[in-house]
Ligand binder design. Structure first.
Ligand SMILES: Nc1nc2c(ncn2[C@@H]2O[C@H](COP(=O)(O)OP(=O)(O)OP(=O)(O)O)[C@@H](O)[C@H]2O)c(=O)[nH]1
Length: 316
């Protein structure tokens, strides 16, 4: 390895917001890698494949620098495990190795590595290459954020609901756990917009969604913006508190904001209505039917005067 300086201007990814996991059995190599990157990134060092794999699962790094020749399990075996893991497959892996053969390099790239760097390496070149891959990571994260989050409320959006709710559903089915699924809707929001204007409407939508989010988080619940002023949520069955109390907490969190709504026939402040069901997912039940049931209960809550929740069990 040469010791040429790597003190050139790092790009936007150099704010220590990223974590690099280095896996190499040679302490001297780990030391050099650490010295190259530690001023710009969080660097985690591990000395063998198993330790590296466990650490990767624990911290989910942004990039992995991986040696090939190591005792016990080599880097080629480890990358297969990484690429087969749902949690780790997306992480870019760069081989740093003394194996210079064309076949080895081709094998490493075919196994899913995004780059293959020969030892001895230039400090400035490895730094530049890692920077390039971390820039791609940064852009991928940004894209994921745009795709999965609502820009107004910063809540996860309908697309994210579709993936998360499916996972929550499957998990509840496997663990024989009941879940609560519901719909929140702001009361007389059209009247609010008409009277106060859409800009204020946007601001209060953000306040309301944040209040419900904070309330639900206490109970491991999560809320998603799935329509204009309509939000879907779930929270697991909780042995410490009645499910209906969770709904009452959400309701109260919005009432406590005391956002004036002069033209509301319900209260002189903004309120929400909630429809929610308790359900044990099973192979014969479907998420869409459960949401429909929650929606019917929401309608009931609206019909019965708003600023309330309607809750029930849903079984098939
Ligand atoms: N400011 C703002 N308004 C929104 C947004 N999305 C939807 N809305 C408004 O939300 C209102 C929803 O109106 P309706 O569906 O008639 O429902 P509502 O007036 O809340 O009445 P109920 O639901 O029956 O209590 C409409 O005026 C939409 O324009 C948004 O992002 N910002």
């Amino acid at each position: 390895m040469d010791s040429s300086s790597h003190q050139f201007n790092p790009r936007r990814t150099s704010d220590k917001a990223h974590t690099i996991l280095c896996i190499d059995d040679e302490s001297a190599n780990l030391k050099v890698l650490s010295s190259i990157f530690r001023d710009h990134y969080t660097v985690i060092l591990t000395k063998n494949a198993e330790q590296g794999y466990q650490k990767a699962l624990e911290i989910i790094p942004d990039l992995i620098l991986l040696d090939v020749v190591m005792p016990d399990e080599n880097g080629f075996e480890l990358i297969k495990k990484i690429k087969a893991s749902h949690a780790l497959a997306h992480i870019p892996v760069i081989f740093i190795t003394g194996l210079h053969g064309e076949d080895d390099e081709a094998k490493g790239l075919k196994l899913g590595a995004c780059d293959y760097i020969h030892k001895p390496f230039s400090h400035s070149i490895i730094f530049a290459r890692v920077n390039t891959h971390l820039e791609i990571v940064r852009q991928r994260k940004l894209l994921e954020k745009f795709a999965n989050f609502d820009s107004l409320t910063e809540l996860p959006n309908r697309r994210k609901w579709q993936t998360d709710s499916h996972a929550v559903w499957q998990n509840a089915m496997i663990n024989q756990q009941k879940i609560n699924i519901g719909v929140v809707d702001v009361d007389h929001f059209k009247k609010y917009n008409d009277f106060y204007g859409h800009v204020k409407g946007d601001i209060v939508l953000r306040k309301i969604s944040n209040a419900v989010k904070r309330a639900l988080y206490q109970y491991d619940g999560c809320i998603y913006r799935c329509g204009g002023e309509e939000f879907y949520f779930y929270f697991p069955e909780n042995t410490q508190i009645l499910n209906e109390d969770v709904l009452a907490t959400c309701q109260q969190a919005v009432n406590d904001l005391a956002i004036p709504h002069q033209t509301s026939p319900v209260q002189p402040y903004l309120t929400i209505s909630i429809g929610a069901v308790n359900h044990q997912p099973c192979p014969n039940s479907q998420l869409l039917e459960v949401i429909d049931a929650a929606d019917r209960l929401l309608y009931q809550a609206k019909h019965n005067g708003r600023n309330r929740y309607a809750y029930g069990n849903y079984s098939i």
